[in-house]
Design a binder for this molecule. Structure first.
Ligand SMILES: [Zn+2]
Ligand SMILES: [Zn+2]
Length: 127
């Protein structure tokens, strides 16, 4: 009996974690889009410009490293290319932007999301 209970508990925890991750991915997508509308598509560190397919290499960095702190004026955001963003975080491990680009273990959404993300960026640029 106790084994069954533990199994159920694990399943419930798995569900909660999966839902939290989904919510986070959704939220990250939203603030990335907002940040891309607010700021020029230029890396804040190296100054490289990003457009079209390359735009997905531009990521949102949180100045205070708190990705729950998303003021609508974008004051906590900085657009960084993936290389500079990696440098910025190299001192301590932080999955902030990995969460969006490489969903851990979620192979299905990873393979179906990526081509569309590129396509959407391309279409947006042409308008
Ligand atoms: Zn850069
Ligand atoms: Zn960051």
């Amino acid at each position: 009996m106790s084994q069954n209970e533990r199994h159920t508990e694990t399943e419930r925890q798995k569900q909660i974690i999966a839902e939290a991750r989904r919510n986070r991915e959704l939220r990250e997508k939203t603030y990335r889009e907002r940040a891309l509308k607010l700021f020029p598509h230029v890396c804040g560190k190296c100054g490289r410009e990003f457009s079209g397919k390359k735009l997905k290499e531009l990521t949102v960095h949180h100045r205070d490293h708190d990705h729950d702190n998303n003021p609508p004026d974008g004051s906590n955001w900085e657009l960084l290319c993936i290389y500079c963003h990696d440098n910025e975080h190299s001192r301590h491990v932080d999955a902030e932007w990995y969460g969006a680009e490489v969903p851990g273990g979620d192979q299905e959404s990873a393979s179906s999301n990526k081509p569309f993300a590129g396509l959407a960026a391309l279409l947006k640029k042409k308008e």
